[in-house]
Design a protein around this ligand. Sequence first.
Ligand code: PLP
Length: 378
Amino acid sequence: MIFLDNASTTSLCKSGVENLLKYSQELFYNPSASYSVGFENYKQIQGVKALLAKKLGVEFKNNIIFTGSATEATNLAIFGSYRKNWKKAVFSAGEHPSVYNCSLELEARGVKVEFVDLDQSGAVDLEKLSKALDEDVAFLSIMQVSNETGAINNLEKIFALKQQKCKNAIFHVDGVQAFGKLNVDLTKFNPDFYTISAHKFHGPKGLGALYAKNPQKLKPVTLGGGQEYNLRSGTENLPAIMALYGALNELKETDFARVTKINQAFKEELKKNLEPKISLKIMEGENFSPYVMSLSFKGIKGEVLQNLCDSQGLLISTGSACSSKKSGNRILENIGHTQEEIVGSIRVSFSRETTLEEALEGANILANCTNTLWRNTR
Ligand code: PLP
């Protein structure tokens, strides 16, 4: 089986598995317990937070909150910040459902919500963003890397625009498809909140984290025993947090260059083996993450292609896994893809574990399946 759907999830790394077991069995003690082994686990968690803060380029000052997912982290950033006097909130049209659906809830609460269109490259249109930002804006949320297309937003420019137009607006960045893949340095775009998800970079599922520049300004969304600075109550998921520690330690500077080569090799092999008459559109360019690739085959149904690839041992996606149950694609539509291009679109995504052999074989299977479908429909 060749797995090229790593934007949906990745396998847990070796030291993550070891820590998951160790802190589920041998050292399972509740980190909030007042006896020594419990306190020892609490200190371990602080160590993981400190390492995560370091990898984000910031100092650790009780500014990392662990949650049950990135979705939950985003909900905390948005609804923990929300105040009744909010007039306006601005979102990019490319946001993941975990942000997009929160924006709809804000609208239902009476906030004026504006979605800023994406340009043809899939990044947020900076001119339109500039027009949308004004002094009424209380909250701005822009993702760093698109889970649909891999397009990277220029967060430095976006932060500069925000400072110019609405200095006091709260700035949230969904970093789920960026952190652990791209070099992330929060000091470059100074977000108030930054969301990550452990399972996207060989950490465990069911663990998200929210970086909060000023956590004291947040109101809790989950009430209970007061864990996570009273902002996200519930017994800490110690095994998962320690598994994340493993994943953070296994991140390598060289991963990005490796995946860039894999991405390139995949594209070349696919183009080489595809019937020349089949029109293929790949979203690519300078400002794209090499980990995610959106492709569209004219005259082919992405869903049928995905099923055929599955039967041939290649796992890919027809879009974000979280939204694949819904018809259409709000994001590709916004970029300006035609209906035919949307129907024919698939997403291929790599991880540092993807080998060159897998990428080449995957490209061959994809080309063969596309060729078969194309011939069958002529
Ligand atoms: N944001 C983006 C960009 C994503 O790709 C995903 C998951 O696909 C999420 C948020 C949600 O992450 P989680 O599964 O941890 O809730």
